[in-house]
Design a protein around this ligand. Structure first.
Ligand SMILES: *[C@@H]1O[C@H](CO)[C@@H](O)[C@H](O)[C@H]1NC(C)=O
Ligand SMILES: *[C@@H]1O[C@H](CO)[C@@H](O)[C@H](O)[C@H]1NC(C)=O
Ligand SMILES: *[C@@H]1O[C@H](CO)[C@@H](O)[C@H](O)[C@H]1NC(C)=O
Ligand SMILES: *[C@@H]1O[C@H](CO)[C@@H](O)[C@H](O)[C@H]1NC(C)=O
Ligand SMILES: *[C@@H]1O[C@H](CO)[C@@H](O)[C@H](O)[C@H]1NC(C)=O
Ligand SMILES: *[C@@H]1O[C@H](CO)[C@@H](O)[C@H](O)[C@H]1NC(C)=O
Length: 467
């Protein structure tokens, strides 16, 4: 929760800060009479992750709880929780993969991403538990708005993460049906082929070290509680290479019609929403299919580009730092190749000219505080040494979209804090230059309710989503 507080001169800023800190125990923006602009004050201790999980509170049963893979509440084993340096390295691989997919106008992830030892392509840092088949078996899968086909590690498996007992075995489910390769369902899959048994084989290549292949089946999908989606079409993945964050599979929430978002629309309507919890929070977030009951959501048009139909584009018009707009034309963001929103990318990527202005303005405002600068940390080049500090004062950052939707970022959306001594501005440039798509990443989406109203072609944001 970030409260914007305007100071009408009744209280000096520090008193106002104290009052609000008592009231909200959370971040708040303060208007400063000396420097102008609006500021947030972060408790240094609240910036980095705590090693303990307090059990999440029971939330609305229609919502699937979403957990960050690296959070203390993650159901995944410790060895599948990469370091911050590794997360940011993998993030660059994902971004390069998305950018080259869009540049080449490819529908599927059939691109070659430069392989470097120790790198893997992350298909998402957020996981949900789903059930499959009758009798039901549960799986932890990554949530990915950047791809369409869902898949699960499947028995028998040539290459899978997990033990044979944790795989999905279609022959053990009463409700499973094979899809034949001459069927129209098979034709809907991008890279399909015919197996010796006339099964519909699929293949998705996410990068040259990560791919899944197997065959397409239908079975009953359990979302939250006993909510089921019968005859769900997905991939039974028998040969899945690359790390995939050691999850059991993936659910694709992209825009193409094989995605779960599309398949669920006959039952729930063409609308879904999620709230991604911050890594520093012990609360779960959620994934919800169907109309949300939240009010006060602000929407921006969902823009479609025929050359890359899986992605959700939006028109960013400006960015405010400490309430000052960046000195760039809005066409920097809206002209081709544009900006997409992606649940799997960690750090927001902006066109270089916009990123340069953002970082310069942010640095200028931070300079008022005399914080000690620190060398770049992986892709993050605006870093500060916070050793010995109790609090950090930082300018507010807001992303403004056409139609009136605004992301007034909370502190974890502005600062990425790998350890208690180091904090960095959580943005980067598109690196490849002006021809690469920009991306609104999950660090900036954290704690907002983000709704994808596909029926009305709108994307909405609402503050305080996870609480
Ligand atoms: C597909 O092939 C099967 C068996 O080879 C056949 O029974 C079925 O009629 C075919 N379906 C279509 C739509 O051609
Ligand atoms: C399994 O995937 C690898 C690529 O990662 C491929 O070389 C191999 O041929 C695949 N095996 C089968 C049986 O499909
Ligand atoms: C999916 O898209 C294909 C081609 O764009 C179209 O023929 C088909 O009707 C669509 N299916 C659904 C379920 O919307
Ligand atoms: C988004 O921006 C582009 C480029 O400026 C413009 O052509 C388009 O009309 C805008 N779309 C909406 C829905 O605002
Ligand atoms: C941060 O500053 C402290 C001293 O204040 C120093 O010991 C430490 O090495 C610095 N850390 C980095 C990453 O520069
Ligand atoms: C993007 O940012 C990096 C790190 O600051 C910098 O080295 C690079 O030159 C920038 N790229 C462009 C195209 O401006």
């Amino acid at each position: 929760m970030a409260q914007t507080v305007s100071n009408h001169g009744r209280f000096p800023p520090h008193i106002l800060l104290l009052l609000c800190a008592l009231l909200f125990h959370s971040s708040l923006a303060i208007v400063d009479g000396n420097t102008g602009g609006t500021w947030l004050v972060a408790d240094v201790q609240s910036l980095y992750q705590k090693p303990v999980c307090s059990p999440p509170k029971e939330i609305n049963s229609k919502r699937l709880p979403i957990t960050h893979r690296s959070s203390p509440c993650s159901p995944l084993s410790a060895d599948s929780k990469p370091s911050h340096a590794q997360i940011l390295k993998n993030d660059q691989v994902r971004v390069s993969s998305i950018q080259s997919r869009i540049r080449d106008g490819k529908r599927s992830f059939s691109v070659i991403v430069p392989a470097k030892p120790g790198l893997s392509l992350d298909i998402g840092n957020y996981v949900v538990k789903i059930g499959m088949g009758i009798p039901r078996k549960d799986f932890y899968v990554a949530v990915d708005t950047g791809s369409d086909l869902s898949w699960i590690n499947c028995y028998p498996c040539l290459s899978c993460h997990g033990k044979p007992t944790t795989l999905y075995n279609p022959t053990r489910s009463r409700t499973h049906t094979d899809i034949l390769c001459n069927s129209t369902d098979c034709m809907r899959i991008d890279q399909h082929s015919c197996s010796a048994y006339k099964r519909c084989n699929y293949k998705v290549i996410y990068g040259d070290m990560s791919q899944t292949n197997g065959y397409i089946v239908r079975d009953t999908l359990f979302l939250s509680g006993f909510d089921t989606l019968p005859n769900f079409i997905f991939g039974c993945g028998n040969n899945n290479t690359g790390l995939f964050g050691k999850v059991d599979g993936l659910i694709g929430l992209g825009r193409d019609n094989i995605s779960l978002a599309s398949q669920a629309s006959s039952k729930y309507g063409a609308i879904f929403s999620y709230c991604l919890p911050s890594v520093t929070s012990t609360n779960d977030g959620y994934l919800l299919f169907g109309k949300s009951t939240l009010s006060n959501t602000k929407f921006t048009p969902m823009i479609k580009k025929p050359s890359s139909p899986s992605f959700y584009y939006l028109n960013l018009t400006t960015i405010l730092v400490g309430s000052y707009p960046l000195d760039v034309s809005s066409t920097v963001f809206t002209r081709d190749p544009g900006i997409v929103i992606d649940s799997g990318t960690v750090i927001t990527r902006l066109p270089p000219v916009a990123y340069d202005k953002l970082k310069t303005l942010f640095q200028q405002l931070m300079d008022y505080q005399n914080y000690k600068k620190s060398p770049p940390f992986e892709i993050l080049d605006t870093c500060y040494n916070i050793t010995g500090l109790d609090k950090v004062r930082l300018p507010t950052v807001s992303l403004v979209f056409s139609g009136g939707a605004v992301l007034d970022l909370d502190i974890p959306g502005i600062l990425y804090t790998p350890d208690p001594t180091l904090t960095c501005l959580a943005f980067a440039n598109t690196s490849g230059g002006a021809y690469d798509v920009g991306i609104i990443g999950n660090t900036q989406q954290q704690t907002f309710d983000v709704s994808y109203d596909i029926a009305n072609q709108m994307i909405g944001f609402r503050q305080g989503g996870c609480s």
